[in-house]
Design a protein around this ligand. Structure first.
Ligand SMILES: C[S@@+](CC[C@H](N)C(=O)[O-])C[C@H]1O[C@@H](n2cnc3c(N)ncnc32)[C@H](O)[C@@H]1O
Length: 336
């Protein structure tokens, strides 16, 4: 096995073009797997875990890539199995051979999961074939799910939209949930998927939208609805909120300006906001502004579309500010 210096990035579904723009110096493209690594001198202890370049449009990142030569399917599977249990195949060429190697490995947990669940702790690896007898793999990937993909057991009756799945995913990655009685502001709430998910957790929700909330959500205990432009709502008018959630369709800069008001007011503890790209363009500039807010993570969730999710928790913010010793925005670790 030869460890490589760098990383390989598996593009977010449908957004390979954005990822390629983010990684202009890639050295390989295999399907939607964008490689940014090079072979180097024999590795020291930390070889292969150098900080990867910043890229948002990924579903998972192969953080410790290696090349493995093998002379049979069973030897390939044995080589991977000797490292760890979980390996997700990412077939590009030689699909049948890739599938046969995958079949010789332990099965992966692919069943739809009920919300909430604890994120798997065992490492999830990835591999793809570069040739009949050569594979590219990584035991360490940024997502705990096979190729960054997973699904929830869905409630097909309760929520009026399926947007709640991205809030669920963000909450899983935040590793904390709104507690019963917590006060949540849900901006851009209509028709009510996020409000439904928050109210189901026992939180009190102020749902704000210019459009109507679905009556079944409006009638849930703890839900209040305000027909209003979210961005003209001043923090002082709302008071302290435990969770500020926004799924408003708007230019990223409009959301950012509003969030700055909230940060300055110090009235919101935790934030989960969708940064929705307008048109085909990736607004990298505003995305970077979000990422630089201390304690932030900006990522493309498996349930996101042409949008990224910004998560900022009070405990992350406090930790980031105490290490930087200042309130200046500082670059954050953008992946969970
Ligand atoms: C993607 S939808 C939200 C879906 C919702 N999160 C759910 O789970 O059902 C975006 C919403 O943003 C609302 N919106 C757009 N601009 C707004 C603004 N300035 N203030 C409040 N709501 C706004 C739209 O009316 C729309 O209902």
């Amino acid at each position: 096995m030869r460890f490589l210096h760098g990383a390989a990035f598996l593009a977010a579904r449908g957004f390979l073009h954005h990822l390629l723009d983010e990684l202009p110096n890639h050295n390989r493209l295999d399907g939607e797997l964008v490689s940014c690594w090079k072979e180097g001198p024999p590795p020291g202890e930390k070889a292969g875990i150098s900080k990867p370049p910043q890229a948002y449009w990924t579903r998972t990142v192969w953080l410790r890539p290696f090349l493995l030569e093998f002379d049979s399917i069973s030897k390939a599977a044995k080589g991977l199995r000797a490292i760890q249990r979980n390996w997700a195949a990412y077939p590009t060429i030689l699909r049948r051979r890739t599938a046969l190697i995958a079949q010789a490995l332990p099965p992966l947990p692919l069943k739809a999961k009920p919300f909430p669940f604890t994120l798997p702790e065992s490492p999830m690896g990835g591999f793809t074939l570069l040739g009949e007898n050569l594979l590219l793999g990584s035991a360490l990937c940024s997502s705990p799910f096979p190729n960054g993909e997973f699904s929830f057991e869905e409630d097909r009756l309760g929520p009026p939209s399926r947007a709640y799945r991205k809030l669920w995913e963000a909450l899983l990655l935040a590793k904390t949930l709104p507690a019963p009685g917590n006060f949540c502001l849900d901006a851009g709430a209509s028709p009510g998927g996020w409000t439904w998910a928050l109210a189901k957790l026992g939180a009190r929700v102020l749902a704000v939208d210019r459009a109507a909330l679905n009556p079944s959500v409006l009638n849930m205990p703890g839900v209040e609805y305000l027909r209003h432009d979210a961005f003209t709502l001043q923090p002082a008018e709302c008071g302290a909120v435990d969770w500020l959630c926004s799924d408003v369709i708007c230019y990223p800069r409009a959301l950012y300006e509003w969030i700055l008001l909230w940060l300055e007011s110090d009235l919101a503890k935790n934030y989960i906001c969708t940064i929705k790209m307008q048109g085909p363009r990736f607004d990298r500039e505003t995305t970077e502004l979000f990422a630089r807010i201390p304690g932030s993570k900006v990522l493309h969730l498996w349930h996101n579309k042409h949008e990224l999710t910004w998560i900022n928790l009070k405990i992350w913010r406090d930790a980031a500010l105490s290490t930087s010793g200042a309130r200046d925005p500082s670059p954050s670790d953008a992946r969970v």
